[in-house]
Structures are given as structure tokens and as C-alpha cells.
Design a protein around this ligand. Structure first.
Ligand code: MG
Length: 360
């Protein structure tokens, strides 16, 4: 028996918004009745309020003509967020859920427009933390110019999930003439990144307290669609972009090498990673090339547009640390190689499992 209630409420203009008076979420808040309406009202409607959400029907409705004005292809994506802890330096699960889905749209060349927000809440979750996370989602969406337009709320008994999981789906529109893909890399192309790698993964590791690490490092969690716009303008023949989230740089490079049947060569001394991230990766036996990022993209660009793309990145606040880290070669198909600072080379393989669970 489903306890799904989409945001089926009367609009806030017709009645006042309800408040939840208890400090913690109870199973009643997922029961589909008055308590659930109050929770949705207090936490989500209060934070997300916008004209597309306001009718609170089972689905958000869009005028196709206005969508088509942005381009000729619809992009549609979904991602679930299970990060532990919920709040960390540089962000929280809500900011992550908005940025991550915006970035998954933007790396396809889409203008991100609308998001959904589905939450699975563990009984006992603090209402105040939930409100804080919803406000963080709203703030991130507002700053990025996207709207959260529909959602779903479930509450599960204590122990059936860990505090809060969020799923955000998103739609965006891809401008005419843009067709990016992991299969489009060609020998000679340059490989660019927009800054320091591994900060998100390192931050989560640090706050979990697995090690007493004395560092001010923060998650790089950020919406990248404006940076991406600038790159596309500077490099109209851009081949491919991907946000290097779970699995990090190494995973993205392996996907390109495999899909395009080319070899990729990167240089250790050109790949931007903080010394402190390298340092504690060494202690923990991790490889920073696989650490998660939440505000970093990898771009494959034709050689003759690399300089312009790099300059466009460096001129944007989220690309100041951008670097050209290597190139595509006609070496063995599917292989990624890193030239080390010592003049040697190592194969950068695909990870078999996951380096760190619940990183995003
Ligand atoms: Mg992604």
C-alpha cells in the first residue's frame, strides 16, 4: 500500500501554510494524512514556493513552446544522494542534490530548467535539519536559475534508511547543433579540467573522522552550467564534457578511452591536486585520481580550440584553477596512461569496486 502523496495541497494563497510542531519526523508524517500535509507544507512548500509548483497537482506542467525556445532537444536525468554526513564543509546533501543534477544536465550541453525532489526520511530525523536542507536546496536552485517543481515524501521506520536520502530528477533543453559524447574524442584532442581535483572526496573523508586530519579543505560542490556555457562559446567544436563525481577523474578518462576507442595520456605534474589531498591519500592508501568531485568537469577539446577553452575556464570563478592535463593519442584503444613526475608511466585503470561508500 503506497503512502505517496505528491504535493497534493491547496495552494498557499488559498490557505495558510501548516507548521509541524514536533521536533522530529514520525511515521505519521509519511502516512498520507494531515501530518504529512503539514510536513510538506512546513518544509518543502515553504522553501521551494514557485508558480510551477504552486498548483500542487500530481505532476508539474510545462508549456512546450516555452521549452522549445531554448533548443531542439530535451535532456532528462536523475540521481540519488545518500552522502554521509548530511552536512559537511562546503555543502550539504540538499545543495549536492541540486548541483549534481544541474551538472548532469549541463555537461550534455543543456540549459537546466526544472528539478524534482523526492525524499526518503528515516523516522526520528530532526525537523530543523530537514528544514535547513530544504532551504539549502532552494537557495542553490534560486542562484542557479532553476525551479524545483514537484516532489514526493516517504518516511521509513528507524533503521530502514540513514536519516535522509534525496533523489532529484531534472530536465533541461539542449541548444541546436550541440552533440557532445564520450565517443567523440580524437587523437590530438586536449584534455582539460577546471581546477583542483579530489576536494569533495577528501572533505567527506575528513568529516567522517576516519582520521584526525588538520585541514580546512571544503567540498567543491557547485553548479557548473554557467562555466559550461562559457566553454561551449569558446570551443564550439567541444567533443565531450563530464562532471568527475564518484570515481573521479580516472573513471571519466577511462570511459572516454573506451567509448572513443582511443588512448589518453595525462601528466602528473599538470594535474591539479592539493598537496594535502595527495598527502592523506597516501596515508589512507587511496588514489586521488579516483576521489569524487562535485564541482569539477573534464573536457575533451580539439587541439586548436584548447587555448580558448582554457582561457574561458580561467576567466570564470569556478575555473580559476583550470589546467590542460594531457591529450588523446592513437595508442592502444581503451588505455589511460599517466606520465609521472619521475619520468615513468603508470596505467590508470577503471576501479573494480567503489573506493569510498556514500560519498555523494
Ligand atoms: Mg554526472
Amino acid at each position: 500500500m503506497s503512502t505517496v502523496i505528491e504535493f497534493e495541497l491547496e495552494t498557499s494563497s488559498r490557505r495558510g501554510r501548516s507548521k509541524v510542531r514536533v521536533p522530529n519526523v514520525t511515521l505519521a508524517h509519511g502516512g498520507g494524512g494531515k501530518a504529512m500535509r503539514d510536513l510538506i507544507d512546513d518544509v518543502f512548500i515553504e522553501a521551494f514556493d514557485n508558480p510551477t509548483l504552486a498548483p500542487l497537482e500530481d505532476q508539474a506542467r510545462f508549456d512546450l513552446t516555452s521549452l522549445a525556445a531554448y533548443g531542439d532537444k530535451l535532456a532528462f536525468t536523475t540521481d540519488s544522494y545518500v552522502v554521509d554526513p548530511l552536512i559537511f564543509p562546503g555543502g550539504d546533501i540538499g545543495k549536492l542534490a541540486v548541483c549534481g543534477t544541474i551538472n548532469d544536465l549541463a555537461v550534455g550541453g543543456a540549459k537546466p530548467l526544472y528539478l524534482t525532489c523526492s525524499v526518503i526520511i528515516e523516522e526520528g530525523m530532526s525537523l530543523e535539519t530537514l528544514r535547513e536542507i530544504a532551504r539549502s536546496m532552494a537557495k542553490t536552485a534560486n542562484l542557479a536559475g532553476v525551479f524545483i517543481v514537484t516532489g514526493d515524501t516517504k518516511v521509513v521506520p528507524r533503521g530502514a534508511c540513514d536519516k535522509l536520502f534525496i533523489n532529484t530528477a531534472g530536465i533541461g533543453v539542449i541548444r541546436e547543433g550541440i552533440n557532445l559524447g564520450a565517443d567523440q574524442a580524437q587523437p590530438g584532442d586536449a584534455i582539460l579540467v577546471n581546477g583542483l581535483l579530489g576536494d569533495h572526496g577528501a572533505t567527506i573523508l575528513k568529516v567522517r573522522g576516519d582520521m584526525a586530519l588538520n585541514t580546512n579543505i571544503e567540498s567543491d560542490c557547485a553548479p557548473l552550467h554557467e562555466l559550461i556555457d562559457a566553454i561551449i562559446k569558446a570551443a564550439p567544436n567541444l567533443r565531450f564534457m563530464r562532471d568527475a563525481t564518484r570515481g573521479g577523474l580516472a573513471t571519466v578518462l577511462n570511459e572516454v578511452a573506451e567509448s572513443s576507442q582511443v588512448s589518453l595520456e595525462i601528466f602528473e605534474d599538470k594535474t591539479p591536486i592539493r598537496d594535502e589531498v595527495k598527502g592523506f591519500c597516501e596515508i589512507l592508501g587511496l588514489d586521488p585520481l579516483y576521489l569524487a568531485n562535485e564541482g569539477k568537469i573534464v573536457c575533451v577539446v580539439p587541439a586548436n580550440e584548447a587555448e580558448a577553452a582554457l582561457a574561458a575556464m580561467q576567466n570564470h570563478p569556478l575555473g580559476q584553477g583550470a589546467a590542460n592535463i594531457g591529450h588523446v593519442t592513437d595508442g592502444r584503444a581503451g588505455r589511460v596512461v599517466m606520465k609521472t613526475v619521475f619520468g615513468g608511466q603508470r596505467i590508470v585503470d577503471m576501479l573494480v569496486g567503489e573506493q569510498l561508500p556514500r560519498i555523494c
